[in-house]
Design a protein. Structure first.
Length: 253
């Protein structure tokens, strides 16, 4: 077994028993981590950043359920590309365009389990080769930090980028910078928490003094008086996270 494919399955209990039995005959790679019977329950798991889902299998024919309501409820659109819908109708019937719902595939209900397993492996392989979310957000954060005058040769740059990324994934961390973010960064970079805090503070202060005034003022003007004070580490991280989320049409809470 190369890896576990942590999967959420949304279907009836009867279908779940059948699916587990068929998959177990083929491979032990697939770990059905969550199984629910309603789209409401599914959405709670999908939108929980701690679920760590590799793939999502959805029965699109559950009576009384609206598949489009489920798909439009994804907070993390990357998970759409990890979703497989089981249904008897063609993709066109969902009106799922590449620009709206980039789901991985729609498979007929009379699918062969071997084909489903192949699709699950493809989804996992793509994640291992390209962490699209991380690349995208890391690049976006790096661009913002550079505009603010924080250079990549500073340790604080890398600590900030990681902190902003983690808070983007789980906005509840914004209220726990000291208790959760600093320890997380200390473990990741093998540094003391005090060193992490000082490096971030130093990077912010350096950027504040030499960065793009117009851009800084645009970002922080509603929270910080540019000439009188500098943002705290927590304020700095929170404002950038909020900026990215607002650009994506999301809110932190």
């Amino acid at each position: 077994m190369r890896y576990n494919i942590n999967t959420l399955v949304v279907c009836s209990n009867e279908e779940l028993v059948k699916l587990k039995s068929e998959i177990s005959k083929i491979t032990t790679e697939v770990n059905i981590k969550y199984a629910v019977e309603t789209y409401k329950e599914a959405l709670e798991i999908i939108n929980d950043s701690k679920s760590n889902l590799d793939a999502i299998i959805i029965d699109g024919t559950i009576p009384g359920e609206n598949i489009l309501a489920l798909l439009t409820g994804y907070k993390n659109e990357v998970l759409l590309s990890r979703s497989i819908i089981l249904d008897n109708i063609k993709l066109d019937c969902y009106n799922l365009s590449a620009s709206n719902y980039q789901i991985f595939n729609v498979i007929p209900k009379n699918y062969k389990t071997e084909e489903l397993v192949i699709s699950l492996r493809e989804i996992k392989n793509k994640q291992e080769k390209y962490n699209f979310l991380k690349i995208s957000i890391y690049d976006k954060v790096a661009e913002i930090l550079k505009k603010l005058g924080i250079a990549p040769d500073k340790n604080g740059f890398h600590y900030l980028r990681k902190a902003i990324y983690e808070c983007y994934l789980d906005p509840s961390l914004l209220t726990s910078i000291t208790k959760e973010i600093y320890p997380m960064l200390a473990e990741s970079f093998s540094k003391k928490e005090s060193c992490i805090e000082r490096s971030i503070r130093s990077a912010i202060e350096t950027g504040w003094d030499r960065g793009n005034y117009e851009y800084s003022n645009e970002l922080f003007s509603n929270c910080v008086d540019y000439y009188k004070t500098k943002p705290t580490n927590g304020e700095f991280i929170a404002i950038i996270v909020d900026k990215i989320m607002m650009e994506e049409g999301r809110t932190a809470y």
